[in-house]
Design a protein around this ligand. Structure first.
Ligand SMILES: [Zn+2]
Ligand SMILES: [Zn+2]
Length: 359
């Protein structure tokens, strides 16, 4: 049963939403807050109001690169780059949690002092904010900066009482907190969620941006939300601005229906994982060739191919995708298809029906 919540809580109105076209912003290298947003933040802070800057990236910098040889520091166990966390003084793998100290020498060419951070995380953004607004009081909210849920809750209560002028936060600021003095939300990189192969990317970005924007102007004061973007004409960005949720969902639904993907069709992800790649592909190819059980229900199999995250914790990952019509008896067909399958030593097979994530 569908219930519509037709009004926002309290007296607040929806914030005014707008984009800042980053192609027109004169921005220094290794900086991410454009002059327009700087000006808007200054105006709010001067009025004794709060501004929030949102960047959905933990840590200091997503990539550490060697300026001598171009090497990027990766996790030893995963197909992922290590993220610098300056607060922890370590590099962290966001896939497996492995950490290591930031090396002095490049692990590839052994040249010293050439490793440099590339791209922003919230910790680096905080440095830039301090540079632009030296007198403002800053609060950084990121899940890994607080030892306990209680510490985080206390910080949030302080902010709500006005003990910060500028709040810098990751996804944890998107939900539920009520900051009565907050009248401006600036999204540093609205394009971040639009990349990638996830069929839910548009839906997730739409929801997250609307949620974050909704933090502004929850009390008596009218709020504004500004999205920094390099593609202001992107249909998802347009939908976020337009705020017509019905239209967005209808459009998204039509696209999914046309492609026969969830919720209008069914999908199953088959992940084969193991220490050696070759035997995984052999099993994958064997499955792709012997697909009679799937064909009987009209389902198709795609792959094998390396999974989007091709290695985690030292294990290679190979993926097959099965696509079927909504009414097809997928579960039974998968069972028949995989029955009697012999896996190589130490290999595992995982089946995820209508997966929430395609990584
Ligand atoms: Zn190097
Ligand atoms: Zn890792």
């Amino acid at each position: 049963q569908r219930l519509d919540l037709g009004a926002r809580f309290g007296t607040a109105e929806l914030p005014e939403m707008g984009t800042i076209d980053m192609r027109d912003e004169a921005i220094e290298s290794a900086h991410w807050i454009g002059p327009t947003l700087v000006k808007e933040v200054l105006a709010r802070v001067a009025e004794g109001q709060q501004a929030m800057l949102f960047l959905n990236r933990r840590g200091y910098a997503p990539v550490t690169i060697c300026r001598a040889c171009g090497h990027q520091i990766g996790c030893d166990h995963c197909d992922a780059r290590m993220v610098e966390h300056r607060f922890l003084k370590r590099l962290v793998c966001h896939q497996c949690g492995e950490t290591k100290p930031i090396p002095v020498k490049c692990p590839s060419c052994e040249v010293e002092g050439k490793l440099a951070p590339v791209g922003p995380g919230v910790e680096r953004l905080a440095e830039e904010v301090a540079e632009h607004f030296p007198k403002a009081r800053l609060a950084v909210l990121s899940s890994d900066l607080f030892g306990s849920a209680r510490a985080l809750k206390e910080k949030i209560a302080e902010i709500a009482q006005g003990e910060a002028d500028i709040i810098i936060g990751t996804q944890i600021v998107a939900k539920g907190h009520n900051f009565p003095r907050l009248t401006l939300v600036g999204v540093i990189d609205a394009d971040l969620g639009l990349q990638g192969s996830d069929l839910r990317a548009a839906e997730k970005t739409f929801q997250l941006m609307r949620q974050v924007a909704g933090r502004a102007g929850r009390a008596e004061e009218k709020g504004a939300a500004l999205l920094q973007t390099y593609q202001p004409e992107h249909p998802v960005i347009r939908a976020i601005l337009g705020g017509d949720e019905e239209a967005f969902w209808a459009q998204e639904a039509a696209a999914r229906q046309a492609q026969g993907v969830p919720p209008y069709g069914r999908m199953a992800g088959i992940i084969l994982s193991g220490p050696d790649l070759q035997p995984l592909f052999e099993v994958g190819n064997h499955l792709a060739r012997n697909d009679a059980a799937l064909r009987r229900i009209g389902a198709q199999v795609f792959g094998p191919a390396p999974a989007p995250i091709a290695r985690v914790r030292g294990r290679h990952r190979v993926r097959l995708l099965v696509k079927a019509e909504k009414s097809a008896p997928l579960q039974g067909a998968l069972k028949a298809w995989l029955k009697g399958l012999k896996l190589p030593t130490n290999a595992r097979l995982a089946v995820d029906i209508d997966p929430q994530s395609f990584l």
